[in-house]
Write a protein that binds this ligand. Structure first.
Ligand SMILES: Cc1cc2nc3c(=O)[nH]c(=O)nc-3n(C[C@H](O)[C@H](O)[C@H](O)COP(=O)(O)O)c2cc1C
Length: 260
């Protein structure tokens, strides 16, 4: 995998904004079941190995998880306040859950690598970050709220002589997350960009670059990789090196400077 040309301006922006903790937050938009955009803030967790795929962590029970299973497409919008620049990354999403990989088709060896990456990320995050994955279901009514409603109902029942009901125990047990193995709710989410829009406000005139990934590059790379792994070709290193060059040539990005 060749490092994409937008990695260098992004690395620069991260460096210039390194003192701002919130410069590592960005907005991720997905598509909901009605076709509407659904947008939220998430934390940048780096890149997957040597690839250009952006890592995020999320909860399997969140709405974005089910949205991504139905529509594995998304866009990140990331503003860097100090250097006054914005990056927008459009790409395909891959959700790595405890037992499934949703989104881009993964090869069998890639699947285990993605599971290993999910586990590593779990081990890297802080204990408070891990604990969030043991919290009650996101988006559901608070236990306290349910409790209050049930007490209200009990009072009404008493007044109307309908008797009392047994209230469940609402004390939340304190669970300590395992430091090694991720809980089932913990997901690794990847965005693999194919279109990147970089806008810089600090220059006069402002500058804007569009990076577009060659659409057929992955397909061709896969075909050529299959050919190279063919046993008969292993005997011909010269031909293999020619094919490897073709992968490099095809796995490229087109860069255009456009009006802001
Ligand atoms: C500063 C900040 C950072 C956040 N980081 C994450 C994150 O890394 N992953 C995540 O799933 N949610 C994160 N959230 C919460 C999301 O914005 C969102 O509320 C939650 O994921 C539920 O969204 P959904 O129902 O659309 O899936 C963060 C929120 C804030 C304000």
């Amino acid at each position: 995998m060749i490092t994409a040309p937008w990695r260098s301006p992004l690395a620069r922006a991260l460096h210039l904004n390194r003192s701002l903790v919130y410069a590592r937050y960005f907005q991720l938009a997905t598509i909901d079941s009605h076709g509407y955009p659904a947008n939220r803030t998430v934390v940048f967790r780096g890149f997957l190995g040597e690839t250009n795929q952006i890592k995020i962590i999320t909860d399997l029970r969140s709405q974005k998880a089910s949205q991504i299973r139905d529509h594995p497409q998304g866009e990140i919008c990331w503003y860097f306040p100090k250097s006054r620049e914005q990056f927008r990354f459009r790409g395909s999403l891959t959700l790595v859950t405890a037992d499934h990989i949703f989104g881009q088709a993964a090869y069998p060896d890639e699947k285990s690598a993605l599971q290993a990456a999910r586990k590593r990320l779990w081990q890297d995050i802080s204990v408070p970050a891990r604990s969030q994955f043991l919290w009650d279901n996101p988006g559901e009514l608070l236990r306290r709220e349910i409790n209050d409603r049930q007490i209200e109902q009990q009072d009404i029942n008493k007044k109307t002589n309908e008797g009392s009901i047994d209230l469940p125990d609402f004390t939340t047990p304190i669970e300590v997350p395992d430091a090694l193995n991720p809980t089932d709710n913990f997901c690794l989410l990847l965005l693999d960009p194919f279109h990147v829009d970089h806008l810089e406000l600090r220059t006069n005139p402002q500058s804007r670059h569009i990076y577009t990934k060659n659409k057929i590059s992955d397909e061709i790379s896969n075909e050529i990789s299959d050919e190279i792994s063919d046993e008969s070709l292993d005997k011909n290193p010269a031909e293999n090196s020619h094919k490897t060059d073709r992968i490099k040539e095809e796995d490229n990005w087109h860069t255009a400077s456009v009006n802001p």
